[in-house]
Ligand binder design. Structure first.
Ligand SMILES: *Cc1c(COP(=O)(O)O)cnc(C)c1O
Length: 403
Protein backbone atom coordinates (compact mmCIF):
# COMPACT_ATOMS: atom_id res chain seq x y z
CA UNK A 1 0.00 0.00 0.00
CA UNK A 2 1.26 3.44 -0.89
CA UNK A 3 1.06 5.97 1.93
CA UNK A 4 -0.21 8.99 0.01
CA UNK A 5 -0.32 11.27 3.05
CA UNK A 6 3.31 10.65 3.81
CA UNK A 7 4.28 11.23 0.18
CA UNK A 8 2.29 14.49 0.11
CA UNK A 9 4.12 15.67 3.22
CA UNK A 10 7.51 14.73 1.88
CA UNK A 11 7.21 15.83 -1.76
CA UNK A 12 4.26 18.31 -1.70
CA UNK A 13 1.41 18.37 -4.22
CA UNK A 14 0.45 18.14 -7.02
CA UNK A 15 2.54 15.01 -7.39
CA UNK A 16 2.93 12.05 -9.73
CA UNK A 17 3.66 8.73 -8.04
CA UNK A 18 4.69 5.57 -9.90
CA UNK A 19 4.66 2.07 -8.46
CA UNK A 20 7.74 0.49 -10.07
CA UNK A 21 6.92 -2.96 -8.67
CA UNK A 22 3.59 -2.89 -10.51
CA UNK A 23 5.41 -1.97 -13.74
CA UNK A 24 7.70 -4.95 -13.23
CA UNK A 25 4.82 -7.35 -12.75
CA UNK A 26 2.98 -6.06 -15.83
CA UNK A 27 6.17 -6.37 -17.90
CA UNK A 28 6.79 -9.93 -16.72
CA UNK A 29 3.19 -10.96 -17.35
CA UNK A 30 3.34 -9.86 -20.97
CA UNK A 31 6.83 -11.21 -21.59
CA UNK A 32 5.77 -14.55 -20.11
CA UNK A 33 2.78 -14.67 -22.46
CA UNK A 34 5.12 -14.85 -25.46
CA UNK A 35 7.28 -17.56 -23.85
CA UNK A 36 8.64 -20.12 -26.26
CA UNK A 37 8.72 -17.67 -29.18
CA UNK A 38 11.35 -15.12 -30.08
CA UNK A 39 9.89 -11.88 -28.78
CA UNK A 40 10.88 -8.37 -27.79
CA UNK A 41 8.82 -5.97 -25.73
CA UNK A 42 9.67 -2.46 -26.88
CA UNK A 43 8.30 -0.10 -24.26
CA UNK A 44 6.36 2.80 -25.83
CA UNK A 45 8.34 5.66 -24.33
CA UNK A 46 5.63 8.25 -25.03
CA UNK A 47 3.33 6.71 -22.43
CA UNK A 48 5.70 7.81 -19.67
CA UNK A 49 9.06 9.12 -20.74
CA UNK A 50 10.66 9.82 -17.37
CA UNK A 51 14.27 8.60 -17.64
CA UNK A 52 14.01 6.51 -14.46
CA UNK A 53 10.88 4.81 -15.80
CA UNK A 54 12.59 4.02 -19.10
CA UNK A 55 15.65 2.77 -17.21
CA UNK A 56 13.41 0.54 -15.09
CA UNK A 57 12.19 -1.16 -18.26
CA UNK A 58 15.72 -1.23 -19.72
CA UNK A 59 16.84 -3.16 -16.62
CA UNK A 60 14.04 -5.67 -17.21
CA UNK A 61 15.37 -6.28 -20.73
CA UNK A 62 12.90 -4.10 -22.59
CA UNK A 63 13.49 -2.32 -25.86
CA UNK A 64 11.98 1.05 -26.73
CA UNK A 65 9.45 2.26 -29.25
CA UNK A 66 10.14 5.95 -29.85
CA UNK A 67 8.14 8.53 -31.78
CA UNK A 68 10.71 11.34 -31.90
CA UNK A 69 14.48 11.57 -31.87
CA UNK A 70 14.13 13.05 -28.39
CA UNK A 71 12.61 9.78 -27.24
CA UNK A 72 15.38 7.85 -29.00
CA UNK A 73 17.90 9.90 -27.02
CA UNK A 74 16.01 9.20 -23.82
CA UNK A 75 16.12 5.47 -24.60
CA UNK A 76 19.90 5.60 -25.10
CA UNK A 77 20.40 7.63 -21.91
CA UNK A 78 18.32 5.11 -19.98
CA UNK A 79 20.57 2.30 -21.17
CA UNK A 80 18.46 0.61 -23.83
CA UNK A 81 20.84 -0.91 -26.39
CA UNK A 82 20.66 0.40 -29.97
CA UNK A 83 19.56 -3.01 -31.31
CA UNK A 84 16.36 -2.80 -29.24
CA UNK A 85 15.31 0.71 -30.30
CA UNK A 86 12.60 1.39 -32.88
CA UNK A 87 11.78 4.80 -34.31
CA UNK A 88 8.12 5.22 -35.38
CA UNK A 89 5.92 8.21 -36.17
CA UNK A 90 4.01 9.71 -39.03
CA UNK A 91 6.41 12.61 -39.69
CA UNK A 92 10.14 12.41 -39.16
CA UNK A 93 12.43 15.31 -40.04
CA UNK A 94 15.61 14.81 -42.10
CA UNK A 95 17.71 15.48 -39.00
CA UNK A 96 15.82 12.85 -37.04
CA UNK A 97 16.22 10.25 -39.79
CA UNK A 98 19.92 11.04 -40.10
CA UNK A 99 20.52 10.67 -36.37
CA UNK A 100 18.54 7.41 -36.20
CA UNK A 101 20.65 5.97 -39.04
CA UNK A 102 23.91 7.06 -37.43
CA UNK A 103 22.84 5.59 -34.08
CA UNK A 104 22.27 2.26 -35.85
CA UNK A 105 18.95 1.49 -34.13
CA UNK A 106 17.02 -1.73 -34.81
CA UNK A 107 14.86 -0.15 -37.52
CA UNK A 108 12.91 2.89 -38.59
CA UNK A 109 9.18 2.33 -38.94
CA UNK A 110 8.32 4.01 -42.23
CA UNK A 111 4.84 5.46 -42.63
CA UNK A 112 4.64 6.63 -46.27
CA UNK A 113 6.20 6.16 -49.71
CA UNK A 114 7.58 9.68 -49.56
CA UNK A 115 9.23 8.93 -46.25
CA UNK A 116 10.74 5.70 -47.61
CA UNK A 117 12.37 7.72 -50.39
CA UNK A 118 13.69 10.29 -47.90
CA UNK A 119 15.18 7.54 -45.75
CA UNK A 120 16.83 5.94 -48.80
CA UNK A 121 18.27 9.28 -49.87
CA UNK A 122 19.60 10.16 -46.44
CA UNK A 123 21.12 6.68 -45.99
CA UNK A 124 22.80 7.11 -49.36
CA UNK A 125 24.27 10.49 -48.39
CA UNK A 126 25.63 8.87 -45.23
CA UNK A 127 26.82 5.83 -47.18
CA UNK A 128 24.89 3.55 -44.83
CA UNK A 129 22.28 0.84 -45.05
CA UNK A 130 19.17 1.59 -43.00
CA UNK A 131 17.03 -1.20 -41.60
CA UNK A 132 13.36 -0.39 -42.07
CA UNK A 133 9.94 -1.70 -41.29
CA UNK A 134 6.74 -0.48 -42.92
CA UNK A 135 3.67 0.50 -40.97
CA UNK A 136 0.69 -1.13 -42.60
CA UNK A 137 -2.81 0.16 -42.05
CA UNK A 138 -4.98 -2.96 -42.13
CA UNK A 139 -8.24 -0.96 -42.15
CA UNK A 140 -9.60 -2.55 -39.00
CA UNK A 141 -11.94 -0.77 -36.63
CA UNK A 142 -10.40 -1.32 -33.19
CA UNK A 143 -13.61 -0.26 -31.40
CA UNK A 144 -11.87 2.27 -29.18
CA UNK A 145 -12.12 6.04 -28.77
CA UNK A 146 -11.89 7.72 -32.23
CA UNK A 147 -9.00 9.95 -31.02
CA UNK A 148 -6.90 6.88 -30.23
CA UNK A 149 -7.99 4.73 -33.16
CA UNK A 150 -5.24 4.53 -35.77
CA UNK A 151 -5.87 1.51 -37.99
CA UNK A 152 -8.64 2.74 -40.29
CA UNK A 153 -8.08 4.11 -43.78
CA UNK A 154 -9.26 7.57 -42.75
CA UNK A 155 -6.48 7.80 -40.13
CA UNK A 156 -3.18 9.47 -40.96
CA UNK A 157 -1.15 6.43 -39.86
CA UNK A 158 0.55 3.82 -42.05
CA UNK A 159 -0.04 2.78 -45.67
CA UNK A 160 -2.52 0.41 -47.31
CA UNK A 161 -1.53 -3.13 -48.28
CA UNK A 162 -0.89 -2.42 -51.96
CA UNK A 163 1.34 0.56 -51.26
CA UNK A 164 3.16 -1.48 -48.63
CA UNK A 165 3.97 -4.17 -51.14
CA UNK A 166 5.29 -1.61 -53.63
CA UNK A 167 7.37 -0.07 -50.88
CA UNK A 168 8.91 -3.41 -49.90
CA UNK A 169 9.90 -4.02 -53.50
CA UNK A 170 11.43 -0.56 -53.71
CA UNK A 171 13.30 -1.10 -50.42
CA UNK A 172 14.50 -4.52 -51.47
CA UNK A 173 15.94 -3.06 -54.65
CA UNK A 174 17.65 -0.20 -52.87
CA UNK A 175 21.31 -0.54 -51.88
CA UNK A 176 20.68 1.65 -48.86
CA UNK A 177 17.56 0.07 -47.39
CA UNK A 178 17.20 -3.26 -45.66
CA UNK A 179 13.54 -4.20 -45.13
CA UNK A 180 13.55 -6.31 -41.97
CA UNK A 181 10.16 -5.80 -40.40
CA UNK A 182 6.48 -5.12 -40.75
CA UNK A 183 4.46 -3.07 -38.33
CA UNK A 184 0.88 -2.28 -37.45
CA UNK A 185 -0.72 -0.49 -34.53
CA UNK A 186 -4.48 -0.21 -34.81
CA UNK A 187 -5.21 1.92 -31.79
CA UNK A 188 -4.89 2.36 -28.09
CA UNK A 189 -6.88 1.16 -25.08
CA UNK A 190 -7.99 -1.92 -27.03
CA UNK A 191 -10.31 -4.18 -25.08
CA UNK A 192 -11.41 -6.51 -27.89
CA UNK A 193 -9.20 -9.27 -29.15
CA UNK A 194 -10.89 -9.89 -32.48
CA UNK A 195 -9.71 -6.68 -34.24
CA UNK A 196 -6.12 -7.41 -33.19
CA UNK A 197 -6.33 -10.99 -34.45
CA UNK A 198 -7.85 -9.85 -37.75
CA UNK A 199 -5.17 -7.22 -38.24
CA UNK A 200 -2.42 -9.73 -37.44
CA UNK A 201 -3.89 -12.17 -39.94
CA UNK A 202 -4.02 -9.57 -42.72
CA UNK A 203 -0.45 -8.48 -42.05
CA UNK A 204 0.83 -12.07 -41.73
CA UNK A 205 -0.67 -12.80 -45.17
CA UNK A 206 1.29 -9.89 -46.57
CA UNK A 207 4.47 -11.34 -45.02
CA UNK A 208 3.76 -14.65 -46.78
CA UNK A 209 3.10 -12.96 -50.08
CA UNK A 210 6.38 -11.02 -49.77
CA UNK A 211 8.17 -14.27 -49.07
CA UNK A 212 7.03 -15.64 -52.45
CA UNK A 213 8.96 -12.81 -54.12
CA UNK A 214 12.00 -13.47 -51.91
CA UNK A 215 11.53 -10.63 -49.49
CA UNK A 216 12.10 -12.31 -46.14
CA UNK A 217 11.22 -10.28 -43.07
CA UNK A 218 12.49 -10.97 -39.55
CA UNK A 219 10.28 -8.87 -37.30
CA UNK A 220 6.53 -8.91 -36.89
CA UNK A 221 5.75 -5.76 -34.95
CA UNK A 222 2.22 -5.76 -33.58
CA UNK A 223 2.39 -2.29 -32.02
CA UNK A 224 0.92 -1.54 -28.63
CA UNK A 225 -2.60 -0.75 -27.60
CA UNK A 226 -3.42 -3.33 -24.93
CA UNK A 227 -6.20 -1.79 -22.88
CA UNK A 228 -6.27 -1.40 -19.11
CA UNK A 229 -8.96 -1.07 -16.51
CA UNK A 230 -9.78 2.57 -15.77
CA UNK A 231 -13.30 1.88 -14.61
CA UNK A 232 -14.95 -1.49 -15.11
CA UNK A 233 -13.66 -2.37 -18.56
CA UNK A 234 -13.17 -6.03 -19.31
CA UNK A 235 -9.67 -6.14 -20.74
CA UNK A 236 -7.65 -8.62 -22.76
CA UNK A 237 -5.55 -11.18 -20.91
CA UNK A 238 -1.88 -11.06 -22.01
CA UNK A 239 -1.89 -14.80 -22.61
CA UNK A 240 -4.93 -14.62 -24.93
CA UNK A 241 -3.38 -11.65 -26.70
CA UNK A 242 -0.14 -13.51 -27.36
CA UNK A 243 -1.95 -16.66 -28.48
CA UNK A 244 -4.17 -14.72 -30.90
CA UNK A 245 -1.11 -13.16 -32.52
CA UNK A 246 1.03 -16.28 -32.56
CA UNK A 247 -1.89 -18.20 -34.05
CA UNK A 248 -1.65 -16.09 -37.22
CA UNK A 249 2.06 -16.83 -37.65
CA UNK A 250 2.03 -20.54 -38.38
CA UNK A 251 4.86 -21.54 -40.73
CA UNK A 252 6.48 -18.13 -40.32
CA UNK A 253 9.77 -17.77 -38.46
CA UNK A 254 9.49 -14.24 -37.11
CA UNK A 255 10.45 -12.42 -33.93
CA UNK A 256 7.32 -10.86 -32.48
CA UNK A 257 7.78 -7.31 -31.31
CA UNK A 258 5.18 -5.76 -29.09
CA UNK A 259 5.13 -2.07 -28.13
CA UNK A 260 3.13 -1.75 -24.92
CA UNK A 261 2.80 1.63 -23.27
CA UNK A 262 -0.39 2.07 -21.31
CA UNK A 263 -0.46 -1.60 -20.27
CA UNK A 264 2.84 -1.19 -18.44
CA UNK A 265 2.40 2.24 -16.92
CA UNK A 266 -1.23 3.41 -16.65
CA UNK A 267 -2.25 1.64 -13.46
CA UNK A 268 1.20 2.03 -11.95
CA UNK A 269 0.61 5.77 -11.67
CA UNK A 270 -1.27 8.03 -9.28
CA UNK A 271 -1.74 11.75 -9.47
CA UNK A 272 -1.99 13.26 -6.01
CA UNK A 273 -3.69 16.61 -5.58
CA UNK A 274 -4.85 18.68 -2.64
CA UNK A 275 -8.25 20.21 -2.08
CA UNK A 276 -8.18 24.00 -2.07
CA UNK A 277 -11.88 24.73 -1.54
CA UNK A 278 -15.37 23.57 -2.12
CA UNK A 279 -17.56 25.96 -4.02
CA UNK A 280 -21.31 25.97 -4.53
CA UNK A 281 -22.78 27.60 -7.64
CA UNK A 282 -26.47 27.83 -8.44
CA UNK A 283 -26.61 24.37 -9.93
CA UNK A 284 -23.43 22.64 -8.95
CA UNK A 285 -20.97 21.81 -6.26
CA UNK A 286 -17.32 22.12 -7.24
CA UNK A 287 -14.22 20.81 -5.54
CA UNK A 288 -11.31 23.03 -6.56
CA UNK A 289 -7.94 21.27 -6.30
CA UNK A 290 -4.29 22.32 -6.74
CA UNK A 291 -3.69 20.06 -9.77
CA UNK A 292 -5.06 20.93 -13.20
CA UNK A 293 -5.41 20.00 -16.85
CA UNK A 294 -1.83 21.14 -17.41
CA UNK A 295 -0.79 18.22 -15.17
CA UNK A 296 -3.26 15.57 -16.37
CA UNK A 297 -4.94 16.36 -19.66
CA UNK A 298 -6.81 13.12 -20.36
CA UNK A 299 -10.19 14.13 -18.89
CA UNK A 300 -10.13 17.42 -20.84
CA UNK A 301 -8.82 15.84 -24.06
CA UNK A 302 -10.77 12.58 -24.24
CA UNK A 303 -13.36 13.01 -21.52
CA UNK A 304 -11.42 10.12 -20.00
CA UNK A 305 -12.57 8.53 -16.78
CA UNK A 306 -10.19 8.29 -13.82
CA UNK A 307 -11.14 6.76 -10.52
CA UNK A 308 -10.74 9.33 -7.73
CA UNK A 309 -10.30 8.49 -4.09
CA UNK A 310 -10.61 11.00 -1.24
CA UNK A 311 -8.29 10.85 1.75
CA UNK A 312 -10.29 12.70 4.38
CA UNK A 313 -11.50 12.44 7.95
CA UNK A 314 -14.97 13.40 6.76
CA UNK A 315 -17.69 10.88 7.42
CA UNK A 316 -20.37 12.88 5.63
CA UNK A 317 -22.63 11.35 3.04
CA UNK A 318 -21.37 11.37 -0.51
CA UNK A 319 -22.75 13.84 -3.00
CA UNK A 320 -22.13 14.56 -6.66
CA UNK A 321 -19.40 17.10 -7.36
CA UNK A 322 -17.28 18.36 -10.25
CA UNK A 323 -13.57 18.13 -9.48
CA UNK A 324 -11.84 21.05 -11.17
CA UNK A 325 -8.42 22.69 -11.33
CA UNK A 326 -7.41 26.36 -11.21
CA UNK A 327 -6.73 26.76 -14.96
CA UNK A 328 -8.84 29.30 -16.85
CA UNK A 329 -10.64 26.82 -19.11
CA UNK A 330 -14.00 25.15 -18.69
CA UNK A 331 -12.31 21.96 -19.86
CA UNK A 332 -10.15 21.98 -16.75
CA UNK A 333 -11.78 19.15 -14.83
CA UNK A 334 -10.79 15.70 -13.57
CA UNK A 335 -14.35 14.39 -13.19
CA UNK A 336 -17.94 15.58 -13.43
CA UNK A 337 -20.82 14.46 -11.23
CA UNK A 338 -18.48 12.32 -9.19
CA UNK A 339 -19.56 10.97 -5.84
CA UNK A 340 -17.35 12.15 -2.94
CA UNK A 341 -17.89 13.04 0.72
CA UNK A 342 -17.61 16.61 1.97
CA UNK A 343 -14.02 17.77 1.72
CA UNK A 344 -11.89 20.24 3.62
CA UNK A 345 -8.96 22.42 2.72
CA UNK A 346 -5.82 20.21 2.40
CA UNK A 347 -7.67 16.90 2.08
CA UNK A 348 -6.00 14.76 -0.57
CA UNK A 349 -7.50 13.31 -3.72
CA UNK A 350 -5.78 10.36 -5.38
CA UNK A 351 -6.44 10.20 -9.11
CA UNK A 352 -5.85 6.63 -10.24
CA UNK A 353 -4.53 5.20 -13.53
CA UNK A 354 -2.41 8.30 -14.15
CA UNK A 355 0.85 6.59 -15.10
CA UNK A 356 0.32 6.64 -18.88
CA UNK A 357 -0.21 9.77 -20.96
CA UNK A 358 -0.22 11.79 -17.75
CA UNK A 359 2.89 13.79 -16.99
CA UNK A 360 4.07 13.56 -20.59
CA UNK A 361 1.04 15.39 -21.94
CA UNK A 362 1.53 18.10 -19.34
CA UNK A 363 2.28 21.70 -20.15
CA UNK A 364 3.09 24.99 -18.52
CA UNK A 365 -0.20 26.59 -19.50
CA UNK A 366 -1.16 29.43 -17.16
CA UNK A 367 2.53 29.58 -16.15
CA UNK A 368 2.03 26.59 -13.92
CA UNK A 369 5.15 24.66 -13.00
CA UNK A 370 4.89 20.95 -13.68
CA UNK A 371 4.63 18.52 -10.76
CA UNK A 372 7.42 16.47 -9.29
CA UNK A 373 7.54 12.73 -10.05
CA UNK A 374 8.26 10.07 -7.46
CA UNK A 375 9.03 6.37 -7.76
CA UNK A 376 7.89 3.87 -5.16
CA UNK A 377 9.81 0.61 -5.20
CA UNK A 378 10.14 -2.13 -2.59
CA UNK A 379 8.55 0.00 0.10
CA UNK A 380 10.77 3.07 -0.45
CA UNK A 381 10.13 6.28 -2.35
CA UNK A 382 12.54 8.44 -4.30
CA UNK A 383 12.32 11.59 -6.40
CA UNK A 384 12.74 10.97 -10.14
CA UNK A 385 11.95 14.49 -11.37
CA UNK A 386 12.15 17.73 -9.44
CA UNK A 387 9.17 20.00 -9.25
CA UNK A 388 9.66 22.81 -11.77
CA UNK A 389 10.24 26.32 -10.51
CA UNK A 390 9.15 29.67 -11.89
CA UNK A 391 12.80 30.24 -12.87
CA UNK A 392 12.73 27.06 -14.98
CA UNK A 393 9.66 28.32 -16.80
CA UNK A 394 11.17 31.66 -17.82
CA UNK A 395 14.74 30.49 -18.38
CA UNK A 396 14.54 30.53 -22.18
CA UNK A 397 12.89 33.98 -22.36
CA UNK A 398 14.62 36.03 -19.73
CA UNK A 399 17.68 37.02 -21.75
CA UNK A 400 15.45 38.55 -24.45
CA UNK A 401 13.52 40.80 -22.08
CA UNK A 402 14.20 44.34 -23.23
CA UNK A 403 14.33 47.16 -20.76
C1 LIG B 1 1.34 5.03 -28.95
C2 LIG B 1 1.96 3.87 -29.59
C3 LIG B 1 2.20 2.70 -28.87
C4 LIG B 1 1.75 2.50 -27.45
O1 LIG B 1 0.37 2.49 -27.32
P1 LIG B 1 -0.31 2.03 -25.95
O2 LIG B 1 -1.75 2.16 -26.21
O3 LIG B 1 0.15 2.97 -24.89
O4 LIG B 1 0.12 0.64 -25.67
C5 LIG B 1 2.86 1.67 -29.52
N1 LIG B 1 3.27 1.79 -30.80
C6 LIG B 1 3.06 2.91 -31.52
C7 LIG B 1 3.52 2.99 -32.91
C8 LIG B 1 2.39 3.98 -30.94
O5 LIG B 1 2.15 5.08 -31.67
Amino acid sequence: MINFKELANEYKTPLYIYDFDYMTSQYNKLKEAFKGRKSLLAYAVKSNSNLSVVKHFADLGSGADCVSIGEVRRAFLAGIPSYKIIFSGVGKSDDEIQEAILKDILYINVESEAELKRVALIAKELDKVCRISIRVNPNIDPKTHPYISTGLHDNKFGVDLNSAKRMYIFANNSEHLDPVGIHFHIGSQLTKLEPIREAAEIVADLVRSLSTINIELKFFDVGGGLGVEYDKEVTIEPYDYAQAILGTLTSLDLTVICEPGRFLTANAGYFLTKVLYEKQNAEKKFVVVDGAMNDLLRPALYNAYHKIEAITKSTSEERLVDIVGPVCESGDFFAKNYSLPELEHNDLLVIHSAGAYGFGMGSNYNTRARSAEVAVEKGASRLIRKRETFEDLIALELEFLQS
